[in-house]
Write a protein that binds this ligand. Structure first.
Ligand code: PGA
Length: 244
C-alpha cells in the first residue's frame, strides 16, 4: 500500500444479501477518514443503502443513457439512488452475459459521462495463467477501454485485478502473484497517463480477514474488491481495518 493513494475496500455482494443484512451493515459499518469504503449491492437495495455512512456502488450498468433496453439500468438512475461507484466488466458479467472488451469499454464511458467512478475489473482465467500469458491478457483488457475512453479515464477509474481462478474458490493469489500483476498494470497505465500513478488498484479473489493484511501490505495493492467476505459484517470490518 502506498502513501500517496488512499486505501479502498469495496464489497461486492453479487446476487446475495437482503434488506435485513443491509440494515446491519448500515448500523455497524462506519465510514473512516483513513479509507474509502464502498458497498456494491444489488440494484433493489441501492436506495436503502444510500442512507449509510459508507459509499454505495452498483455492480453493472447499461452502456446507454436511456431508451428501449428492457431490463437494463442507466447510470443516471443509479446516481439518482445515491450510487457513486459502478463495477464494470466483472468476470461473472463477462462470462454469464458474454460482455466483450468493447461492451465493457462502452459501459466505463457511460459511467464516466455521468460523473460516477467505474471500478473496472480485469483478470485472467486459469488456462491463461498456466500458459504464462497473464500480462498480455490483462493488457488487452485495459487497451480495449483506452481505445474507447481515451487515456484520461485512467486517472478517473479504479482498477480491480481479479484472477478468475481466485474468485469465490478460496484460492487466493499469493501476495507476490498479485503484486506482480499490479506492478505490471501500474507500469502500463502510467506509460499511458502519468497521472495514473494515483489510480487505486484493488485486488479481488478470495480475500478474507486472514489474508487481507499480507495482500494490502504490497506496494501496488491499494485495497480489495471483496465478494464472499463482504456478506459477513465482522469479516468485512476486519478487512477494512487491515487496509487502514
Ligand atoms: P470473492 O469475490 O471475494 O468471493 O472471491 C470477489 C469478486 O468477485 O469481486
Amino acid at each position: 500500500m502506498s502513501n500517496v493513494r488512499k486505501p479502498m475496500v469495496a464489497g461486492n455482494w453479487k446476487m446475495n444479501g437482503s434488506l435485513a443484512l443491509l440494515h446491519t451493515f448500515i448500523s455497524e459499518l462506519k465510514a473512516s477518514p483513513l479509507l474509502d469504503t464502498v458497498l456494491c449491492v444489488p440494484y433493489p437495495y441501492l436506495a436503502a443503502a444510500s442512507k449509510a455512512s459508507f459509499k454505495v456502488g452498483a455492480q453493472d450498468c447499461s452502456q446507454f443513457e436511456a431508451g428501449a433496453h428492457t431490463g437494463d439500468i442507466a447510470v443516471g438512475m443509479l446516481q439518482e439512488l445515491g450510487a457513486t461507484h459502478v463495477i464494470v466488466g466483472h468476470s461473472e458479467r463477462r462470462q454469464d452475459h458474454n460482455e466483450s472488451n468493447i461492451a465493457v469499454a462502452l459501459k466505463v464511458q457511460a459511467v464516466l459521462n455521468a460523473g460516477l467512478t467505474p471500478i473496472l475489473c480485469v483478470g485472467e482465467p486459469l488456462k491463461v495463467r498456466q500458459a504464462g500469458n497473464v500480462n498480455k491478457f490483462v493488457f488487452e483488457q485495459l487497451q480495449a477501454v483506452i481505445e474507447v475512453c481515451s487515456k484520461d479515464f485512467l486517472e478517473k477509474c479504479i482498477i480491480a485485478y481479479e484472477p478468475i481462478w481466485a474468485i469465490g474458490t478460496g484460492k487466493t493469489a499469493s501476495p507476490e502473484q498479485a503484486q506482480e500483476v499490479h506492478q505490471f498494470i501500474r507500469t502500463e497505465i502510467v506509460k499511458w497517463n502519468q497521472n495514473a500513478v494515483s489510480t487505486r488498484l484493488l485486488y479481488g479473489g478470495s480475500v478474507n480477514a486472514s489474508n487481507a493484511h499480507a495482500l494490502f501490505a504490497k506496494p501496488d495493492i491499494d485495497g480489495g474488491l471483496i465478494g464472499g467476505a463482504s456478506l459477513k459484517i465482522d469479516d468485512f470490518i476486519a478487512i477494512c481495518n487491515a487496509a487502514k
